[in-house]
Write a protein that binds this ligand. Structure first.
Ligand code: S3P
Length: 437
């Protein structure tokens, strides 16, 4: 994405109010994909109107699935059936979305036609062999660049066979790509993960009528099954709520309510980590939305202390480390992160981006291959931060800017719209000092 936009963050007011957080990105991607592949018409409510999820919707429209948007965050999807996708008229652009590209690669592996998946500058640097490897074992033919990065050239017309795949990496994207290709494969496909990851693909395939057995870290399905249209309600995205959980925890005098946030246990590692650090977060009005647990999260300012983050929590908070690093900078004492090397292959190298940015503001950070030690409690200074076009780095430093005496300039923030359109106005309304330019 371009450098067209930046933010100036500076101390605002204590955060107050009751906020509605946009829909979950992971759930929205899958909802629109599976609805497009189903027999019949599905309605999706709470769809994330972000660039990533819109790119996925556009891709399935290009392959013949008709979609309507009767109102924002609502999609009516006329499914074409598991065997009904048509050859697209051109390249399929996933934008910034690793989830989009990796899951769609699993679907395209089983089609009769050739296709090409492309992405933006950041996605074009991300590793794809983690999916093309197992898909090749199933009989797919997908070419990457020599270094395993996109574009992906998918050769259609390959007969796929089911595999038992022991994934070397804890990745819901890898698991999902293999399971989706498994729908097109002869026989059964199973995936075993080194640590359990988010299970939305499994849960939602079951909601679309697919017979699938799964438990944390394991999933198995039989090829040749059809999907049956259903209506999906997308819960609010915990990963977007995370920025407000951290901000209200570290800005004195704050009290925020985040309404009906998705609390799938594979997503809420940050809640445990923040509570370990002394945060005051309570869950109220628990309910179920679209088969997912949700609750209001009420967060009040509390002085935080550093902690050793248990490695077992890492997959359950994999998207939350930029926010956690800011909480760690505000906490008294050291916070130690280990076992998080995956952060180096996200939308940016998040360990490097957070360490460099926090150092710019005067925080001591010792970076390691798979984590960092953040020495918290220093008074933050002003400075200019590079977000590297990474939405979560930009939002993390918008929070850090609330603690500094001077101003923090955050460059290259346009990609915040990939996951959290309207973040700056929602944050501003809650009390953040944040202006876009
Ligand atoms: C996602 C899985 C995670 C996460 C990403 C969304 C998903 O990636 O970081 O934001 O929707 O499956 P990995 O599976 O690569 O860890």
């Amino acid at each position: 994405m371009s450098n067209a936009q930046h933010w100036i963050a500076r101390k605002g007011q204590p955060l107050q109010g009751s906020l509605v957080i946009p829909g979950d990105k992971s759930v929205s991607h899958r909802a629109v994909m599976f609805a497009a592949l189903a027999d019949g018409t599905s309605t999706i409510d709470g769809f994330l109107e972000g660039e990533d999820t819109r790119a996925t919707a556009r891709i399935f429209s290009q392959m013949g699935a008709r979609m309507e948007t009767p109102s924002p965050s609502r999609r009516v999807v006329h499914g074409v059936g598991i065997d009904g996708l048509q050859a697209p008229d051109g390249e399929l652009d996933c934008g910034n979305a690793g989830t989009g590209m990796r899951l769609i690669a699993g679907v395209l592996a089983g089609q009769a036609f050739d296709s090409v998946l492309v992405g933006d500058e950041s996605l074009s640097r991300r590793p794809m062999r983690r999916v093309t490897g197992p898909l090749a074992q199933m009989g797919a033919r997908i070419d990457t660049q020599d270094d395993g990065t996109p574009p992906l050239h998918v050769h259609g017309g390959q007969a796929l066979k089911g595999i038992d795949f022991a994934s070397p990496v804890a990745s819901a994207q890898v698991k999902s790509a293999v399971l989706l290709a498994g729908l097109y494969a002869e026989g059964e496909t199973s995936v075993v993960e080194p640590h359990p990851t988010r299970d939305y693909t499994e849960r939602m395939l079951a909601a679309f009528g697919v017979e699938i057995t799964y438990s944390p870290g394991k999933a198995r399905l039989r090829g040749g099954q059809r999907l049956r249209a259903t209506d999906i309600v997308v819960p609010a995205d915990f990963s977007s709520a995370a920025f407000f959980l951290v901000a209200a925890s570290i800005i004195p005098g704050s009290e925020l309510r985040l309404q009906q946030v998705g609390l799938n246990p594979r997503r809420t590692g940050l809640l445990h980590a923040l509570r370990l650090m002394g945060a005051d977060i309570t869950e109220e009005n628990p309910a179920e939305q679209g088969g997912e647990p949700v609750a209001d999260l009420v967060v009040r300012y509390a002085p935080l202390k550093g902690a050793q983050i248990p490695e077992a929590l890492v997959p359950d908070m994999i998207d939350e480390f930029p926010a956690l690093f800011v909480a760690a900078a505000a906490a008294e004492g050291q916070t130690v992160v280990t076992g998080a090397a995956e952060l180096r292959v996200k939308e940016s190298d998040r360990l490097a981006a957070m360490a460099t940015g926090l150092r710019t503001l005067g925080v001591q950070v010792d970076e390691t291959e798979d984590g960092a030690t953040i020495h918290g409690g220093a008074v933050l200074g002003s400075g200019t931060i590079e977000s590297h076009g990474d939405h979560r780095i930009a939002m993390a430093f918008a929070i850090a800017g609330q603690l500094t005496e001077g101003e923090v300039r955050i460059n290259d923030v346009a990609n915040v719209a990939t996951s959290f359109p309207g973040f700056d106005s929602l944050a501003g309304g809650a009390g953040f000092g944040l202006t876009a330019a």
